[in-house]
Ligand binder design. Structure first.
Ligand SMILES: *[C@@H]1O[C@H](CO)[C@@H](O)[C@H](O)[C@H]1NC(C)=O
Ligand SMILES: *[C@@H]1O[C@H](CO)[C@@H](O)[C@H](O)[C@H]1NC(C)=O
Ligand SMILES: *[C@@H]1O[C@H](CO)[C@@H](O)[C@H](O)[C@H]1NC(C)=O
Ligand SMILES: *[C@@H]1O[C@H](CO)[C@@H](O)[C@H](O)[C@H]1NC(C)=O
Ligand SMILES: *[C@@H]1O[C@H](CO)[C@@H](O)[C@H](O)[C@H]1NC(C)=O
Length: 285
């Protein structure tokens, strides 16, 4: 007997590794990535223990493996090639050996992907540029809404919608379009938002000239100041009797007869390429 054991023990020790004696424990299901409609995802059923067999169920019952759902690695991995809405549900993995069994569940929520807006990169110029914002999302989208400043946008003089609201067309852009456009996509079980910030260049608008003091007398100092609404900020120059002075402000230290007359202020915008002028007559009292 002893001799027999001695002879066979190396063989016995080796074969014992295959005996299903270790309890199944620590069963868990993890997903490779966020479950997003139209994207692949794998659920992996991990467990410790000996010779486990794995069985997957959906919402408590057996389910049919379809073309796009396959099992790998001795049932360890449940692989969805392209998630569908109908794949949502509670998945369970039951791991068993002759000693015991243990189960884990995974609640699969099939979400829409975060949409993206193709946001224009060129300079947008008021009254000149027309632009399309395109909002794309993977998966089944039942509604698409465009929002600006908290208000849903509606078709109008400058706004139109194409391809089931996928494209917002602004023609032409206006300074009032500066700000953040949101595209909200949703379906019965999920919603997501994408953003696009627009900056519309405009102006210069007609400049304004302010003289201080208004009723300046000869020999007093006087300042002419020119301003205009513009994005980006305008640059200014003055013209007076064939002279050209740069800057928004023209300062006369001591006003004399030769200073009196018509001053023209011109505002220029380097991006819109526009300019606007206005004149002011300086009078001595
Ligand atoms: C899922 O698992 C399969 C088989 O192991 C593999 O071919 C595939 O690349 C995995 N997919 C993802 C999204 O991890
Ligand atoms: C499987 O997924 C592909 C996209 O990866 C899709 O075109 C096809 O219709 C799907 N098949 C089934 C049976 O759902
Ligand atoms: C921009 O919109 C405002 C308000 O709708 C309008 O009064 C103005 O004429 C527009 N500007 C241009 C350059 O189209
Ligand atoms: C915007 O999209 C509409 C509709 O598809 C198209 O007619 C128009 O030419 C596009 N405009 C621009 C600026 O791309
Ligand atoms: C999935 O969609 C649900 C419902 O809209 C939302 O509560 C949840 O945060 C989303 N999860 C992810 C990861 O986007």
């Amino acid at each position: 007997m002893q001799l027999l054991l001695f002879l066979f023990s190396p063989f016995l020790t080796k074969s014992m590794i295959f005996f299903p004696t270790e309890k199944v424990s620590g069963v868990s299901i993890t997903s490779t990535n966020l479950p997003i409609e139209g994207k692949p995802v794998n659920l992996t059923c991990e467990a410790a223990g000996s010779v486990p067999t794995r069985k997957w169920m959906k919402d408590g019952s057996d389910f049919n493996l379809a073309d796009n759902i396959t099992l790998h690695d001795e049932n360890r991995v449940l692989s969805f090639h392209s998630l569908k809405k109908s794949d949502k549900g509670k998945y369970s993995c039951k791991v068993s050996n002759p000693v015991n069994s243990e189960e884990a569940t995974f609640n699969m929520v099939v979400n829409l992907s975060i949409p993206t807006i193709a946001c224009p990169t060129e300079n947008l110029i008021e009254g000149k540029t027309s632009v399309n914002l395109t909002c794309d999302a993977d998966g089944f989208v039942s509604t698409r809404v465009w929002v600006k400043d908290g208000q849903p946008l509606v078709p109008g003089e400058r706004y139109s919608f194409h391809d089931g609201n996928r494209v917002l067309s602004i023609s032409p852009v206006n300074r009032t379009d500066t700000g953040e456009f949101l595209c909200k996509v949703s379906n019965d079980f999920s919603s997501a938002t994408a953003k696009c910030a627009l900056k519309v260049y405009y102006g210069p608008d007609k400049p304004r000239i302010v003289q201080t003091p208004i009723g300046a007398e000869l020999e007093e100092s006087v300042t002419l100041y020119c301003s205009a609404d513009s994005l980006p900020k305008a640059t200014f120059f003055w013209t007076f009797k064939h002279m050209k002075m740069y800057g928004a402000m023209h300062y006369i230290h001591e006003m004399e007869e030769r200073h009196l007359g018509r001053y023209t202020c011109t505002a220029q915008n380097a991006i819109t390429g526009l300019e606007a002028s206005v004149f002011h007559t300086l009078r001595g009292i």
